[in-house]
Design a protein around this ligand. Sequence first.
Ligand SMILES: [Ca+2]
Ligand SMILES: [Ca+2]
Length: 271
Amino acid sequence: MEKMALFSVLIILACLHVHSVRSAIASTKLDCVNGGSSTVGTVDEDYEGDVEIITNIGPNDRPFLEPHLTGNVRSLLELVYTEGDSTAIVRTIKPLDYEEIRPYSDAVYYFITCARGPKNHRTLYVRDVNDHPPIFQSKSYSATVSETTAVGSNVLTVVARDADATMDNKRVWYSILPPVPDAFEVNTIHGNIRLTKPLDYNSVQQYIFTVEAKDIGELKDTTTVTITVEKQKQNTEENQEEDFSDITPEDIKDQDGDTDINKPVNAPAFI
Ligand SMILES: [Ca+2]
Ligand SMILES: [Ca+2]
C-alpha cells in the first residue's frame, strides 16, 4: 500500500514537472492570410528548450524563421518544421544569453514568415540573470606615496568590471578584507583607496592588503594592493651648505627620530 502511495506521489510530481516545463512554452497559431503579432512570453536568461508550438499550418504555408531587430536571431533560435505538417516548433539553439541579446534589446524579435508572404511577428522577452562575477582589471595594484601625503588623499583606484547587462546585476561594491590596514580605506562605490591617517616611514614602509569586489549575488573577485611609503625628501644639500656654515654639527642632530642621513632638520637653529 505504501508503495502505491509513493508511486502516486511520483506520478503527481512528474505531472507537475511537465506542467512547469510546458508553462514556459507558448502555443500560437500561424496566420498566413493577415499575418499578425504576438508575445510568446518571458524567460530567464540561460533558458534552453522549446519556445513556441505553432499550429494551424496549411499544406502550402511552408513557414520559415526570419530575424527582426534581433539581428542574430538565427544563432539563438531555430524553426523545426517538416513540410506537410500542421505544427512546428521554435526552440533554442543554445541557452539564451541576455548579454548577447542586450545590444539589441531585452527581447528576441523574429518573424514566422509564410511562403506566400504574410509575416507573423513574435516577441520573446528575456530576463537578465546575475551570471557574471566582477573581475578586477588587474590582479594587483601598487603605488608609492610620500610620507607627507595629506590625510584624505586618494592614492590609487582599483577597478572591477561586471559583464552582466543590467545595472542591478553589474553594480560592484568594494571592501578591504581583514586584516584591514589602519591607514587606508576604500570607497565602496568608486574603488578609490584613501589615506585616513598620517604616514610615518619609520613605522611602516609598506602596506599590503586585499580588496574585494562583490556584486548583488555575492559573486566576487579580489586584488592585492601594495602601497609603498616614500621617505620625505630633504632640500638640496647645496642650498643648506651656506646656510649651515656657522652651525656646529651638534646643532643639526636628528630631531624627529628619522634614521636616514637625509632626515629633515628643524629650521629654528639657523633662523
Ligand atoms: Ca554580476
Ligand atoms: Ca546576465
